[in-house]
Write a protein that binds this ligand. Sequence first.
Ligand SMILES: [Mn+2]
Length: 452
Amino acid sequence: MARLWGRIGQSDREELFWIPRDKESRSRPPGFRALPGGLCSDAIGKLDSKEGDEFALVTEDGPFVRSAINALIHVAPAAPALVLSDRLTHDDLPDHPCVRLTGLRSLIRDDVDGEFSHLANLHRVVEIRRILGERERIGILLQPDPDPDGIACGYALRVILGRKRSTAPLISFGEITRPENRAMVEALGIEVRTLTPEELDEFDGLALVDVQPTVFGENPPEQVRSIDLVIDHHPERTGYDATLRDIRPSYGATAAILTEYLRAANVEMGPKLATALLYGIKTDTQLLGRETSRYDMKAFSHLHSCHSPALLRRIERPALPTDGLRALGRALAQTKVIDGIHLLILGRVREEVIPQVADLALQAEGAEWAIAAGLVNENLVFSVRNVGYVRAAGEVVRAVVEGLGVGGGHRSMAKGIIPLKAFRQVYGSTSRDQIRAALLESFQHAINRELS
Ligand SMILES: [Mn+2]
């Protein structure tokens, strides 16, 4: 133990004492001073403890630790004491208001295990670079309508490969549709190219991140059935070949895997990349809520230390356009909270304004539910929010749009789309008053059913 301590090294603020027991030789290990007199308060008293001193006892010997702490209580009753032992338990310790027990070997073991896990990730990175390093053009394929986790992971993989967008573009079979996700790629300056399966022939390397080929249908296009690399956190699928696959279903986000890669390979994490990965984890785990593993937490805390709060704010709170603010002003002029429902009808607006207004509307006094609705192209689009303690926004929206349009979401946020044509067929007109009346009634109905 003393030899181990000698190797860990002594900090400037530490003094090391060696207390030999009767049967041991009196020779003290290098770096230690012998404490003459053994374990009595006299000897401990000679330590000349001052206010602010802390004591650490490194031992596996129960009788020793008891007499040491008792001696300590005698000379310095309030001094905090740390006991480092892998065998002793709290029952072995005398009563002392400020004693803490921890394992010395287990502390070191945890760090060593952490290093082995970094090593395994480094090995993956080396393999990935070996497989893809020589390729001329690598396609980094994301799921159709890529989400923040996929986008961030594609970007991270490109950084790991040391490539530019020209030799390793992010690609997808379907464009980004969600306004929040478009705000993300705009804020980060990332480009995702939409292409057809046939166009994959222009690449001599193909990597899939946050997705496996079976997402592209029961019979995935031939071009994705044999790929170079797949990194994902969805349950492992069969029916395709990959030279290297790293699939970790216990992770809440693939971005946590890529964060581990970057750390293990000592790749410099710029604020842009860190923000992208942080946002990927945040959205995939619904702000570290359900399905969050300790790996996601660890990656998140590392990313948090190097992300850009300003950039994150720009992604999460995209700028409200002036005409959106005017529409909000008109809607607020008639605002009312009825049965806990705060409904704002915006008229014709840009789609990205709607969820932001829904967020804002939830702050109204007495509002348990906030709904912002607007006309976008040929559709009535609405965003729904609720305060955490009431139930399933997604279920309510599905009930509201039933037979009329599409919708869904989760517990506290949801979105619905009803084609104006379908709305008109059922309700006669698409005037602001008609939309308000129809939505209020069907939300009241759906919420009551959900709560009953
Ligand atoms: Mn994901």
